[in-house]
Design a protein around this ligand. Structure first.
Ligand SMILES: Cc1cc2nc3c(=O)[nH]c(=O)nc-3n(C[C@H](O)[C@H](O)[C@H](O)COP(=O)(O)OP(=O)(O)OC[C@H]3O[C@@H](n4cnc5c(N)ncnc54)[C@H](O)[C@@H]3O)c2cc1C
Length: 491
């Protein structure tokens, strides 16, 4: 008889660990509370529009290629990728815009136009980012950290300064550039990691290698389409996929999980892997005696932003937008402060706007545009209906001022998704979109552990754990855990 593993949650984390464990000879059941698989990366279809509910940037393609190769497969058998050109457009206010290009020389010319010497500074900056990325991929990301000594190893002690572990990104970028536009382009991706450039360790300059050198891609059915590729892989590997059932209890006996109780059934388990929001499993699904962390621990975490998202179906073509568009306010620290220091709804927010119909015509009816507007906001804010309505009107007016596009005209679909939805759909801690921020003390060994210290056969994957936030990171976490399970239980 094969041993049985129950995986809680059917997002990228749950699907990726499930397929790996099935490959290793386990009988695998994934239990997902929602009716669809994909977790934060699901589709929402309405009136001829197909929206990506959550992630929309396909970054670090090599991580996905590597993942499929672990099965002797190729990613292209599961979904296609289109390279984006331009990668993205940036609005800086007052009509000032820039486009980031797949061609290095165009980006160098752009940075030179920002400030004299900016082009050469960009080349130097990218060299260090590439170096750090190579070291991170080889020595840090695909690695399990069980104790501090493994993190503060010889390499960190000798090279920590060069790698930027102990510096802050904002200051580090300031050593290369004075121009605020150059700095913002090299720092904005910290929002992908749920953190503030002022607090993020400078090692995260690797993100500029990720977007400007590894490139920005679009899976042919969006990120949710890529998640469906993982569903297909799971099915081929014989994984049982159960949807519409919520796990309410992990049943334990003498420090071991023996079963998983859902709203509909009970599943015996030799091993349990959770990819659901860690805080929810730790505080609401496990008994207090079995929880890994105290309430005090959770309250002291720096929780990553929530997001105010608007899905819009517009029955007209928008001229001023590309596939990915970003707006960086002149003083964006004011916005970051409303997220990390004084939680409030930002008045003049930076925002991200995607228009995937520029690349994928089937995502909108003919002649229409598929628009996704996202404002990062503090977790735990008041999210009443009145507040949503007020903020929606405010943000759409702001978008019109910045981009010149009026997104209140010819609207056929409109939906707001924010704190309450993250809590209702995923049991997200304080309505966070991304889990825990990537501050230094929430990086690597400092993230919540993969393996429970109380329940020996309970593991956690997903964005709360090392290496962290974002789909590629979640795939890496699953690889690490599959290896750990193989080492502990054989295959
Ligand atoms: C708006 C948004 C934009 C993003 N943009 C990007 C991007 O552009 N690129 C990128 O790489 N990443 C992006 N991310 C981050 C990325 O989406 C996540 O890091 C990743 O998808 C998390 O995967 P996961 O499996 O850890 O969690 P999830 O996808 O949340 O999966 C966890 C699953 O567990 C289920 N669950 C919860 N509780 C239970 C229970 N009790 N019983 C059963 N099931 C349960 C949930 O329903 C959910 O389906 C974005 C995230 C958001 C929200």
């Amino acid at each position: 008889m094969k041993k049985h593993v129950v995986v809680i949650g059917g997002g990228f984390g749950g699907l990726s660990i499930a397929a790996l464990l099935a490959r290793d000879g386990w009988d695998v059941t994934v239990i997902e509370k929602l009716d669809d698989l994909g977790g934060r990366a699901r589709h929402w279809k309405h009136d001829g529009y197909t929206f990506d509910l959550g992630p929309s940037w396909y970054l670090m393609p090599e991580v996905f290629e590597r993942y499929f190769s672990l099965f002797g497969k190729e990613r292209k058998d599961y979904y296609n990728l289109l390279p984006l050109d331009p990668y993205y457009k940036v609005f800086f206010g007052d009509g000032d815009t820039a486009q980031l290009s797949p061609r290095k020389e165009e980006n160098i010319a752009l940075f030179e136009s920002f400030e004299p010497g900016g082009g050469e500074a960009l080349s130097r900056y990218m060299q260090q980012a590439t170096y750090k990325y190579t070291v991170a991929m080889k020595d840090f990301l695909y690695k399990e950290y069980k104790h501090l000594g493994e993190f503060f190893n010889k390499r960190i002690m000798t090279e920590g300064l060069r790698l930027g572990i102990f510096k802050k990104l904002d200051k580090f970028v300031g050593n290369y550039f004075d121009d605020r536009r150059a700095r913002q382009i090299l720092e904005y991706a910290m929002v992908f990691l749920g953190t503030n450039p002022v607090d993020a360790p400078a090692i995260y300059s690797i993100m500029s290698h990720v977007d400007l050198e590894l490139g920005v891609f679009f899976p042919d059915d969006g990120m949710a389409g890529a998640a469906q590729g993982f569903v297909k892989l799971c099915k081929e590997m014989g994984v049982r996929l159960v949807t519409g059932e919520e796990v309410t209890e992990i049943v334990t006996e003498q420090g071991k999980a023996i079963a998983v109780q859902t709203t509909k059934d009970r599943y015996a388990a030799d091993v349990v892997v959770s990819s659901a929001d860690y805080h929810h499993i730790d505080t609401a699904v496990l008994s207090t005696a079995d929880s890994q962390y105290s309430n005090r621990y959770w309250e002291k975490r720096v929780v990553a932003p929530s997001m105010f998202i608007v899905y819009l179906g517009i029955n007209r073509k928008l001229k001023n937008l590309e596939h990915h568009n970003l707006y960086f306010a002149e003083n964006w620290h004011t916005h970051f402060d409303t997220i990390f220091k004084n939680p409030t709804w930002p008045e003049k927010p930076c925002f991200y706007l995607s228009c995937i119909s520029k690349t994928d015509p089937k995502s909108a009816p003919e002649g229409g545009e598929n628009v996704f507007l996202l404002v990062p906001v503090a977790p735990g804010l008041d999210d009443s209906d009145e507040q949503r309505d007020r903020y929606l009107a405010h943000v759409l007016e702001h978008v019109k001022q910045v981009t010149g596009e009026d997104l209140t005209q010819d609207v056929t679909v409109q939906r707001v998704y924010t704190h309450r939805d993250f809590i209702e759909d995923y049991h997200a801690f304080k309505g966070t979109a991304l889990g825990l921020s990537h501050t230094l003390f929430q990086t690597a060994v400092f993230r919540p552990t993969h393996r429970s210290k109380k329940i020996t056969n309970l593991f956690h994957t997903g964005q709360y754990t090392h290496p962290g936030v974002g789909v590629p990171m979640v795939l890496i976490a699953s690889e690490i855990i599959a290896e750990e399970i193989k080492n502990s239980y054989g295959s």
